[in-house]
Design a protein around this ligand. Structure first.
Ligand code: ZN
Length: 113
């Protein structure tokens, strides 16, 4: 049975970056949940539209992209400037409308030098 899962931003980026280098056969081995045909078709869709990534902004976020929880709040947060973002109550992650994770301000590794 083939399952049609939504393409993630990461997958789209990978396709756009690596499709020409690797080709659909090699990519399908790296992206085990995608068939060669699905990859070819997706690449065609991505390269046909003008702004493949921006399209996702229009999608209403109703689930956390990291844990799948629907317990998310819309918040204003600081990410270079004030941006609209989402906060997951379940896994305590903040992310942008395009599902990109906003790293915590107090990220590990900054201190203790
Ligand atoms: Zn979450």
């Amino acid at each position: 049975m083939r399952e049609w899962k939504r393409w993630t931003v990461e997958e789209d980026k990978k396709l756009l970056k690596e499709y020409k280098l690797k080709g659909p056969t090699k990519l399908s081995k790296e992206m085990t949940n995608r068939t060669i045909y699905a990859i070819m078709q997706r690449y065609r869709i991505l390269t046909q539209s003008n702004k493949p990534i921006e399209r996702i902004h229009e999608t209403q976020i109703d689930k956390c992209p990291f844990c799948g929880s629907s317990r998310i709040n819309k918040v204003d947060t600081w990410y270079g400037n004030v941006v609209e973002a989402y906060y997951c109550v379940n896994c305590l992650k903040e992310f942008l409308p395009n599902r990109e994770l906003i790293p915590p301000l107090y990220a590990d590794g900054c201190e203790g030098r």
